[in-house]
Design a protein around this ligand. Structure first.
Ligand code: ADP
Length: 152
């Protein structure tokens, strides 16, 4: 059976850390679907159309990587797209505690879906979309934190 993984997140904006997780995972799965959650309560900084466009650009040469938007529960998206795996990245023990909670909740919601964690490459462990937004908001240069070819 085809192994499809969903990589859910805000990607507001995509960082080199996200990109590295997807590239590494693309060798293990038949298909990776990067899914930007449209959250009615959480206001994004960058428009969703831009975030999708950047993801598509970064993974243009990865035929098994797609980018979409979604609303609702990630486990429902998995069911709809026949994806058996949720992909997440781990930078620190703080990420671990947060991710453990979501992963175990998702397991209760749908025991058939496995969450797979990738440890961040050490050189990207400090990259954080919310800090990048803050630097951008204040006119700082964020070019070295985001994948090449992405113009914020
Ligand atoms: P969310 O809003 O769901 O936290 P993000 O877009 O911030 O979404 O992150 C999506 C996933 O990527 C999460 O699993 C997060 O831990 C992971 N991630 C975020 N930054 C990095 C990074 N620098 N390196 C690896 N993984 C990361």
């Amino acid at each position: 059976m085809k192994k499809t993984a969903i990589f859910p997140g805000s990607f507001d904006p995509i960082t080199k850390g996200h990109a590295s997780v997807v590239k590494r995972a693309s060798e293990l799965f038949d298909e990776i679907i990067i899914a930007i959650g449209e959250n009615s309560t959480k206001k994004s900084y960058f428009p969703i159309e831009k975030r999708v466009e950047w993801l598509k650009k970064v993974f243009a040469n990865y035929p098994n990587v797609k980018a979409i938007t979604y609303t609702g529960l990630t486990v429902d998206l998995c069911r709809k797209l026949n994806a058996g795996y949720i992909l997440r990245g781990l930078r620190t023990s703080i990420d671990f505690e947060y991710e453990r909670c979501i992963g175990q909740m998702n397991k209760e919601l749908n025991p058939g879906i496995e969450t797979i964690f990738f440890l961040t490459d050490p050189e990207y462990a400090h990259l954080n979309s919310s800090i990048i937004r803050e630097i951008h908001k204040n006119g700082g240069d964020v070019g070295k934190f985001i994948p090449e070819g992405v113009e914020l």
